[in-house]
Design a protein around this ligand. Sequence first.
Ligand SMILES: C[S@@+](CC[C@H](N)C(=O)[O-])C[C@H]1O[C@@H](n2cnc3c(N)ncnc32)[C@H](O)[C@@H]1O
Length: 226
Amino acid sequence: MDRIPEPELMNGQAQALAYAAADFSAGDQAVVARFADLFAPDVGAALLDLGCGPGNISFRLAERFPQARVLGVDGAAAMLQIAQARLAGEPGRWPALAFAQGLLGSAGLEPAPPGRFTGLISNSLLHHLHQPRVLWSALVPLAAPGAAVYIKDLRRPASSEAVLALQERHLANAPPVLQRDYAASLHAAFTVAEVRQQLLDAGLDAQLQVAELDDRYLEVWGRLAG
Ligand SMILES: C[S@@+](CC[C@H](N)C(=O)[O-])C[C@H]1O[C@@H](n2cnc3c(N)ncnc32)[C@H](O)[C@@H]1O
């Protein structure tokens, strides 16, 4: 099945609110647990959550690694407003967590956040990117030496029938807006073979590996020389 890209930023108010209201807790927790399994305790003192959306993963990273500063970055103002409101809603609970607007593009992440990061995490961002190389080429300039990288995303099924089957298996009771987004995301996602080629093209294949995960994901992980 050919890839059908979807819009990069999730800037619509209704779309951002529906996403933030959905319960992705099991998947979000799995991302943080997998990052910890792979790299803890050596995750360092500065973690970056790329394409953080409403901050689901950022908040969990801040809870799990209280010694680290955590920065969540997203290009969509509608998503960041929700993340900022959550943060402001519980003052003092996550003292080392912050959010900032930033757009991943051909010039990297702009504006570039200060400092280098010891951990680079991203969930469900890659499939939004029209040019996936913008993610891979942004990593090295953002990374401190030896930075831990964990990137998880959907992987594209072989057919639209397989997309429907996954939608029915995992999102049968979700609101229509989320079901529509989910199907669009599966069509926009990459295969493991495509991501392997992307890593090769970016010169990252010796440092990062990619594998299938469960029935619908892929994951990329490794340490960057920096
Ligand atoms: C499906 S959401 C995932 C949000 C979050 N990582 C999570 O797991 O809940 C994808 C996010 O990536 C953001 N995004 C897409 N393209 C981007 C880009 N080029 N630069 C920055 N953010 C981007 C979208 O705005 C959206 O908030």
